[in-house]
Design a protein around this ligand. Structure first.
Ligand SMILES: *Cc1c(COP(=O)(O)O)cnc(C)c1O
Length: 448
């Protein structure tokens, strides 16, 4: 051990990472070597070489000191890839996060009155203005929003849902389970493909609290189907003195995506509408609850609201993203909005440009092909978004080339189609291109 610690390479590691840590790594490495020698999978030769042990220690120390959560380049063309962190934030939102993180803020402080304020106030006015709701509150994510809404408005009471909307949204978020957690009693009506207004009407009783509509935002039931409109559901709820609640899932704020906007749903008279901050809105992870003032007041004072509240950095990003929605031109500064608005021409030219750069790398051959993508993140299901991709062949098999890209210093996540690796320019951010080329060169085996 002392000999090893006196070694030059190890001394350098000690200078950089501290003696304590290097000793821990060294012990682990030696232990592993002893074990592999004991079972005969490692020859003794390697033990002789202090420098080879030094290399192992250096490698392991480096691994321990690199962050686990790392930047990757999303070349899948799926803008809301849940595994890759959904929506990238607008520059304004990033700046707001940094500012909130660096110092103190009026997070819960009313500067006018010099007394305690509410963190919910920072997005309330914006959400009222943008969605037309009476009042609003933001929590940790949309799953939390649904849980909080049901806990505060329907605990111990029945909530009626269509069987066609008992969705699982991934990551084990199932509407029936959330309702149970929220203490609401699920009353299923209709069939998977068809639910009529009379199905809802038939089960309403003295213990019914609400009619719930869940937007089937991550799948589509197609064919012989029938669903009750939001308007009809609202009318029926109110005729019986019940609440009408809609979990919109994605929640678009801009018309033209072929889905009703949050504004349109609020305008139908829904008492409560919930949606995600990091799906089609293109903001940070958050769950937005908008609706009638009286309901929001009950939600805000429920104990769970405290447990599910947003932290200051997310709140800063959320406020900043919402601000961009006030002005049609500013919305283009939200990366997700920009990605979805890219024209076929834009995408084709971006693909051609990338193709030429890839073809300049020794060993790689690239071609522009037409492709169809998805928005991802359980948004706009079944809707193909047409675009173009750069299809690459290399001397390696496409599986090993894809693997090398994925394990590059700056990982590139790509798709494989018909034995070629596809890079979709839609989700490659402007500042990604240079690093993408570096990773491609390394994966192709070029020294750079
Ligand atoms: C995505 C989704 C959720 C969960 O939203 P998160 O923000 O991911 O927690 C809930 N309901 C529906 C309908 C969804 O599409």
């Amino acid at each position: 051990m002392d000999d090893l610690l006196a070694n030059r390479a190890i001394q350098d590691l000690v200078a950089e990472h501290g003696r304590e840590q290097v000793v821990v790594v060294l012990r682990n490495v030696l232990q592993e070597l002893r074990e592999s020698i004991a079972i005969g999978s490692q020859s003794l030769d390697i033990l002789i070489s202090i420098s080879s042990i030094g290399e192992m220690v250096a490698k392991e120390t480096k691994r321990r000191n690199s962050p686990s959560l790392r930047r990757v380049i999303n070349a899948t063309g799926i803008p809301l890839h849940t595994n890759l962190g959904r929506a990238p934030l607008a520059e304004q939102a990033i700046a707001a996060v940094v500012q909130a993180a660096r110092g103190y803020s009026n997070l819960e402080y009313d500067l006018t009155r010099g007394e305690r304020g509410s963190r919910h106030d920072h997005v309330r006015e914006l959400l009222r203005e943008i969605t037309g709701c009476e009042d609003a509150i933001a929590v940790n994510n949309n799953a939390a929003a649904v849980l909080l809404v049901l806990s505060s408005l329907a605990q111990g009471k029945e909530v009626v849902v269509s069987r066609g909307q008992l969705v699982e949204v991934g990551g084990s978020f199932r509407i029936p389970d959330v309702m149970e957690q929220g203490g609401a009693l699920l009353r299923e009506v209709g069939a998977t493909n068809k639910t009529h207004l009379s199905d809802y009407e038939r089960v309403i009783n003295h213990n019914t609290a609400a009619l719930l509509k869940v937007h089937t935002s991550n799948f589509r039931v197609i064919g012989f189907t029938e669903d009750v409109s939001t308007e009809a559901l609202v009318e029926l709820s109110h005729q019986h003195g019940l609440l009408a609640i809609e979990d919109l899932g994605s929640g678009v704020l801009i018309a033209g995506y072929g889905e009703p906007t949050v504004q349109e749903i609020v305008a139908t008279g829904m008492d409560i509408v919930t949606f995600s901050g990091d799906k089609l809105m293109g903001g940070p992870q958050a769950g937005l609850i908008v609706g009638k003032a009286e309901c929001i007041a009950r939600i805000r004072t429920h104990p769970l609201a405290r447990a599910l509240r947003l932290d200051k950095m997310t709140l800063a990003a959320l406020e900043s993203t919402l601000r961009l929605y006030r002005h049609a031109e500013h919305r283009q500064e939200i990366p997700l909005v920009r990605m979805l608005n890219l024209s076929q021409d834009d995408l084709f030219h971006a693909a051609e440009e990338l193709r030429d750069k890839v073809n300049a790398i020794a060993g790689l051959t690239a071609q522009v092909i037409e492709c169809v993508g998805q928005v991802g993140g359980g948004s706009l299901p079944g809707r193909d978004i047409p675009g173009f991709a750069v299809a690459i062949t290399s001397p390696l098999s496409c599986v090993s080339f894809e693997g090398r890209l994925r394990q590059a210093e700056i990982p590139v996540i790509a798709r494989i189609l018909h034995d070629r690796v596809l890079l979709d320019p839609r989700t490659i951010l402007p500042h990604d291109t240079e690093d993408l080329l570096v990773s491609l060169r390394k994966a192709a085996g070029e020294k750079s």
